[in-house]
Design a protein around this ligand. Structure first.
Ligand SMILES: CC(C)(COP(=O)(O)OP(=O)(O)OC[C@H]1O[C@@H](n2cnc3c(N)ncnc32)[C@H](O)[C@@H]1OP(=O)(O)O)[C@@H](O)C(=O)NCCC(=O)NCCS
Length: 163
């Protein structure tokens, strides 16, 4: 397993005070579900979480957790390295803490982790109707690559950033 240097998780300038960023750990399962993914069935979330923590041990995933000054989880996002490409996935900031720069800070740190792992590019998918998230990703240097149309799902735009 690659040892992630602590400097990678230093909170970037511009993020709210009291914010901390760290890797997810096994005891985050329920708090992460409650705070960031309450819409997902717990069993399904647990299966994904356990797989990603396993991948995290093998340098294929970095599951980043953002906490406030009391240690409560306020955001979450995953960097996943697949054979066909590397993806930022499931980026969420809890509704009461949006628009403070937490999402920006998580993307900046996950991008730094991707560079540390030697990845050459990152993709992120966004529903076509999610204009704010799209604008945020474009501001952070991602550019539109293609549209993805899956059955019974809203079309998504895939953005790419070369590292
Ligand atoms: C998308 C999402 C993760 C972004 O997180 P966020 O913490 O709100 O993002 P940021 O605060 O970094 O940036 C968003 C806005 O805040 C602004 N902002 C950035 N830093 C800021 C700061 N220090 N203070 C105030 N505003 C700030 C940005 O300019 C941006 O403005 P705009 O979109 O109103 O033009 C969050 O909105 C979310 O969880 N949405 C629901 C789930 C979702 O859609 N996920 C994305 C799936 S692809």
């Amino acid at each position: 397993m690659v040892q992630f240097p602590a400097e990678l998780f230093v909170v970037p300038l511009g993020a709210p005070s009291g914010l901390s960023l760290r890797l997810a750990r096994a005891d985050d399962l329920r708090p992460l579900h409650t705070t960031c993914h309450p819409d997902k069935p717990l069993l399904q979330f647990r299966a994904h979480f356990e797989k990603m923590l396993d991948w995290q041990e093998n340098d294929r995933c970095c599951w980043l957790v953002a906490c406030d000054e009391t240690g409560q989880i306020v955001g979450s996002g995953e960097l996943v390295a697949y054979p066909h490409g590397n993806e930022l996935a499931n980026l969420v900031v809890i509704p009461t803490r949006r628009d403070e720069g937490i999402g920006t800070a998580m993307i900046e740190v996950l991008t730094a982790v991707a560079r540390h792992l030697g990845l050459d590019g990152l993709e992120i998918g966004v529903d076509v109707s999610n204009g704010r998230a799209l604008a945020l990703y474009e501001r952070l240097g991602f550019t539109m690559d293609r549209q993805l149309n899956l059955p019974n799902q809203e079309p998504a735009i895939i953005l790419h950033k070369a590292l």
